[in-house]
Design a protein. Structure first.
Length: 320
């Protein structure tokens, strides 16, 4: 979990540097003279779900206009809320501001407002992250089918698409934006955590160490129990019961260890890759269990009680 947390932190940091867009997001390269209001209406008429479109004017790189529907990647909310589907059909725009912008907002009472150069817009939430000054200094403004503060044409803006528009509905996106192809967006990694070792290398290294420990612990446990079995003088039935008792003991210890590790990891580490964690733990667990069980079960009994020794043991037990 520690290994995946390192990778997940970097993934999340990269997402913040992309203004919350996922790694599958695409940039629309267009010379279209179509107006933004027309684009928004076409998107609404397409009835697509689970996507977002971000538009940024080069003259104001810290202000991004958003139109979205359904589920899409979100930003870390500090207060209030993120933009919702109802905002994208509202007659007025709404704003989500970065934490560093809060001091520059107009706030006569409990409600804060952002001045866009012509009017004051209601701020419904703030976003921020400790390691991303880019997101902290950014402004996100909703677009809707009922209004748009953008009067320019599409070619005047940097346009990024995410969600289904960038994955399963690319053909529809090409028709809507009237383009032949898309490109990967480029972002500056502002204030990115300076890792001494690349995260992927560190993650791989930790997983390899964990694999060695997994095998080492399996061998240590199995050899310790095999020694106990070799030192016993039991009849075959008791020997078999003891063997399977050691196997049950191993599984109890393993489950307790995995449960404690999951609880500590999930409560103290930042995690996204729960599916990968489950698969890795399952793989390592199966490998370790197979080594322990096979070694213990295949152990040959060295000392078998003779009939005379069994009789004496029986009489001693009953006399006691």
């Amino acid at each position: 979990m520690w290994a995946f947390s390192i990778s997940d932190q970097q993934t999340y940091q990269n997402r913040l540097n992309r203004n919350g867009l996922s790694a599958s997001a695409l940039r629309v390269k267009t010379n279209s003279k179509e107006r933004v209001a027309t684009l928004i209406q076409k998107l609404a008429d397409s009835h697509l779900k689970n996507y977002q479109v971000q538009l940024t004017d080069a003259a104001h790189p810290t202000v991004t206009y958003v139109f979205a529907q359904g589920d899409y990647t979100q930003l870390p909310i500090s207060s209030g809320r993120m933009l919702t589907d109802s905002d994208f059909s509202a007659p007025v725009p709404f704003v989500v501001a970065g934490d560093a912008v809060k001091d520059r907002l107009y706030q006569p009472a409990n409600q804060a407002y952002y001045y866009d150069g012509s009017r004051y817009l209601s701020v419904v939430g703030t976003v921020g992250a400790a390691n991303s000054t880019a997101i902290n200094d950014h402004i996100f403004i909703s677009l809707s089918t009922a209004q748009t503060t953008l009067k320019g044409r599409l070619r005047h803006y940097t346009i990024n698409i995410d969600g289904t528009l960038a994955t399963t509905k690319q053909k529809v996106a090409k028709q809507i934006f009237k383009v032949k192809s898309f490109a990967k967006p480029k972002y500056k990694n502002s204030n990115q955590t300076a890792w001494a070792i690349p995260p992927i290398a560190l993650t791989t290294g930790i997983l390899l160490v964990a694999l060695v420990l997994t095998i080492g612990i399996a061998r240590f446990f199995a050899l310790a129990e095999i020694k106990q079995l070799n030192d016993t003088r039991l009849d075959r039935t008791l020997y078999r019961h003891l063997t399977y008792g050691y196997v049950r003991q191993y599984f109890f210890y393993a489950l307790v260890g995995i449960g404690a590790g999951y609880f500590l990891g999930s409560s103290r580490l930042y995690l996204l890759s729960y599916q990968q964690i489950f698969l890795t733990v399952a793989l390592y667990g199966i490998l370790q269990a197979a080594m322990v069980v096979v070694k213990i079960v295949r152990t040959k009994q060295k000392h078998v009680l003779t009939e005379e020794e069994e009789d004496r043991a029986y009489e001693k037990e009953h006399q006691g």
